[in-house]
Design a protein around this ligand. Structure first.
Ligand SMILES: *[C@@H]1O[C@H](CO)[C@@H](O)[C@H](O)[C@H]1NC(C)=O
Ligand SMILES: *[C@@H]1O[C@H](CO)[C@@H](O)[C@H](O)[C@H]1NC(C)=O
Ligand SMILES: *[C@@H]1O[C@H](CO)[C@@H](O)[C@H](O)[C@H]1NC(C)=O
Ligand SMILES: *[C@@H]1O[C@H](CO)[C@@H](O)[C@H](O)[C@H]1NC(C)=O
Ligand SMILES: *[C@@H]1O[C@H](CO)[C@@H](O)[C@H](O)[C@H]1NC(C)=O
Length: 447
């Protein structure tokens, strides 16, 4: 039997004040002396109520002991000192020796949809049924964050797009992720984390941008860190081909948010966008491009993004977007991951072509990386999110348990017809969470 969720919500709201959104909350303000801080150094911290926002209007139990947040220094895409926020969560029955940096896909250029806010209990302006409402801030990816907490792992999750939500800008996403781990390692021990935990990275889809760039940049940007591994799925290995793949399809809204995010990261993209938008479609572009994920998805569905640009698709072939796609949206060019990688990807991914991830893995492997690559021949981007992530959870568990990968310095590739629901992995989730995940996919996983 579950306590009816609305009753639970009413009880809890009486105790905790409704959180302020990042644009209203002074705590998020970057200090003027930001460049005096070292990357990963804490600027300020706070402890929040030990409760996180349920992922869906379903009674999924996510029991946490403590939630801490840190505003810390990181480095943006142009090399400037900027601030970012990392949330550190201690689960019930925490194992002090295990830390996972779980990078949520939040896929939006709206700062009020950053996880440090959306994870806070009662943050959704639309209320729990808000999953159906355009400006809902609920993030479905919280499911795997919850599954990870249920393993007893400490979780660090970073607002890796930076304070102003530079969605799809790879460099800041990677650097903020690494600085989020630095802050978790320095601050965590004050709250019960071991001083020398094992730590790993994980992210799917938009989260794989943060994880992929973090893995490539770690040897140069954060050489002192030593990850036991990184799992990245539904990879966005080439942003340029991703934009043309999603265009006019179910996920077309993502392209609007991504362009807006790049314009925040790069002044020349901002100028290009300003000069290239069709005047009478500017307001519609801005509305879609600044929604949270659910609004972006529903308002952008089937839209032709090229129709918003004065030169149509040719606008994207101009020097500025071409240069930025290469700098900010192309994996395999920033460095070779030195940590073991687990990559899982649908060959027929309807968001980002499977070929691009094949190419990324080839590049890593030619350069001596350690990669286990699962190519799913039948799954789709949303189904692999669930089935593939279940197996990724098992891979991360082995790494955090201290088991070494068997393929050090080499690559394995496996073609699977349909990422099996590994019978050993489902119990890791617990029945309730598993049911919720199946529900999010509308039953496509069957029983
Ligand atoms: C930044 O300025 C604040 C306020 O003056 C000061 O308290 C803090 O120590 C400074 N930080 C650094 C790293 O210098
Ligand atoms: C939620 O988890 C806690 C800690 O594991 C447990 O004590 C509690 O009974 C669970 N509640 C439900 C409704 O499953
Ligand atoms: C969300 O949408 C509702 C209904 O349109 C509106 O009343 C509310 O102010 C919006 N909230 C935010 C944070 O945009
Ligand atoms: C990325 O995709 C674009 C558009 O499809 C293509 O022109 C470019 O060559 C790709 N980049 C790499 C490195 O494969
Ligand atoms: C746009 O700006 C970035 C970052 O400053 C720069 O590297 C790139 O070369 C610029 N693109 C063009 C076409 O000037």
């Amino acid at each position: 039997m579950h306590i009816p969720l609305l009753a639970l919500a009413a009880t809890v709201t009486a105790v905790f004040a409704k959180p302020l959104s990042p644009t209203q909350d002074d705590w998020y303000t970057q200090p003027s002396n930001i460049s005096d801080y070292a990357p990963g150094q804490t600027i300020r911290s706070r402890q929040l109520p030990a409760q996180i926002q349920p992922l869906l209007p379903l009674p999924v139990n996510v029991s946490v002991n403590a939630v801490h947040q840190f505003l810390h220094r990181t480095t943006d895409s142009l090399g400037n000192a900027v601030a970012a926020v990392t949330t550190l969560i201690e689960p019930a029955n925490a194992d002090p020796g295990k830390l996972l940096a779980y990078e949520l896909y939040y896929d939006t250029a709206n700062p009020n949809c950053e996880p440090s806010y959306t994870l806070q209990y009662d943050s959704d302006p639309a209320g729990l049924p808000g999953i159906l409402i355009r400006n809902s801030t609920l993030s479905p990816d919280t499911a795997f964050l919850a599954a990870s907490l249920n393993q007893g792992w400490w979780i660090a999750t970073t607002d890796y797009e930076g304070l102003d939500a530079q969605f799809s800008a790879g460099v800041i996403s990677g650097q903020a992720t690494l600085d989020g781990v630095r802050v978790a390692l320095s601050e965590g021990p004050k709250h019960g984390l071991s001083t020398e935990p094992r730590y790993a990275l994980w992210g799917y889809s938009g989260g794989s941008i943060a994880v992929g760039y973090a893995a490539e940049l770690q040897p140069s940007y954060a050489p002192e860190l030593s990850f036991v591994g990184a799992a990245a799925g539904g990879n966005i290995a080439n942003l340029s081909s991703t934009l043309s793949t999603v265009n006019q399809g179910l996920f077309a809204g993502l392209a609007f948010g991504a362009i807006n995010g790049l314009a925040k990261a790069y002044p020349n993209v901002s100028d290009w966008l300003d000069a290239s938008l069709v005047e009478d479609k500017r307001a519609e572009f801005t509305s879609i491009a600044s929604s949270c994920l659910i609004g972006e998805g529903t308002a952008g569905v089937l839209k032709d993004i090229y129709s918003f640009f004065v030169n149509g698709a040719a606008s994207f072939a101009e020097d500025v977007p071409v240069s930025i796609m290469r700098i900010a949206g192309q994996l395999g060019v920033r460095g070779t991951p030195s940590m073991p990688m687990y990559i899982y990807k649908p060959v027929h991914d309807e968001i980002s072509p499977g070929d691009d991830t094949d190419e990324m893995v080839d590049t890593y492997c030619e350069n001596g990386a350690t990669v286990e690559y699962i190519r799913d021949l039948a799954g789709t981007h949303p189904t692999l999110w669930v089935t593939g992530s279940a197996n990724a959870l098992g891979w991360i568990k082995d790494r955090l348990d201290g088991k070494e990968v068997s393929n050090v310095g080499s690559c394995t590739r496996q073609n699977v017809l349909w990422s099996g629901l590994n019978k050993d992995t489902i119990p890791l989730f617990g029945e309730e969470l598993w049911s919720a995940l199946k529900w999010t996919l509308g039953g496509v996983l069957g029983e």
